[in-house]
Design a protein around this ligand. Structure first.
Ligand code: SF4
Length: 173
């Protein structure tokens, strides 16, 4: 079962979206230089339909997107929850997945997602906003993965950042 340790409403993880980012624990990826080592622990609350519904009751009217941050230990469960989210919201909310894997799992249904980020964190290469990054951010359109990593580059950021001058506001649990 997936578990989550925290959540934030964020503005930069998915360009042009106000995103409820759910930080999933139990990460199996063991990236050297991991920026969030506490997410490797098997800890937190179960992430299931009931937990999602509770979060959406609280934040659903303020957000445009939900992002599963992690979940690589149980990718089918991420897919299943993404599908449940789509059904519950009749596609009003976009759905994103930040995976630390290099590729999507075999048989993954792209239709469950509007955005997917792939690639482990390699500290010397930096994150999505670094020109040297190994990570890729894709928009899913008509079953195709369109590489939009360039949108995170510092010189492009100003065009896409939310007008509220912060990447996070105080709803971290
Ligand atoms: S995927 Fe993220 S949380 Fe998991 S080990 Fe890599 S940097 Fe850490």
């Amino acid at each position: 079962m997936l578990k989550f340790l925290s959540y934030d409403v964020v503005f930069q993880e998915v360009p042009n979206e106000v995103t409820l980012a759910i930080n999933i624990s139990g990460c199996p990826n063991r990236c050297r230089g991991c920026h969030s080592p506490w997410l490797m622990e098997d800890a937190g609350e179960p992430l299931d339909e009931a937990a999602l519904a509770r979060l959406l009751r609280e934040y659903g009217s303020a957000i445009t997107c939900v992002c599963f941050m992690g979940g690589d230990a149980a990718p089918r469960e991420v897919e299943r929850l993404a599908a449940a989210l789509r059904r519950a919201n009749r596609h009003r909310l976009k759905v994103a997945w930040y995976s630390g894997r290099q590729t999507l799992p075999d048989g993954c249904s792209l239709q469950r997602f509007d955005f997917v980020k792939l690639g482990p964190y390699i500290a010397p290469l930096g994150g999505l906003d670094c020109a040297t990054t190994n990570q890729r951010f894709y928009r899913i359109e008509n079953g195709k993965m369109l590489d939009e990593t360039e949108r995170f580059r510092k010189e492009e950021k100003e065009k896409f950042v939310n007008p509220i001058n912060s990447s996070t506001f105080a709803v971290t649990k």
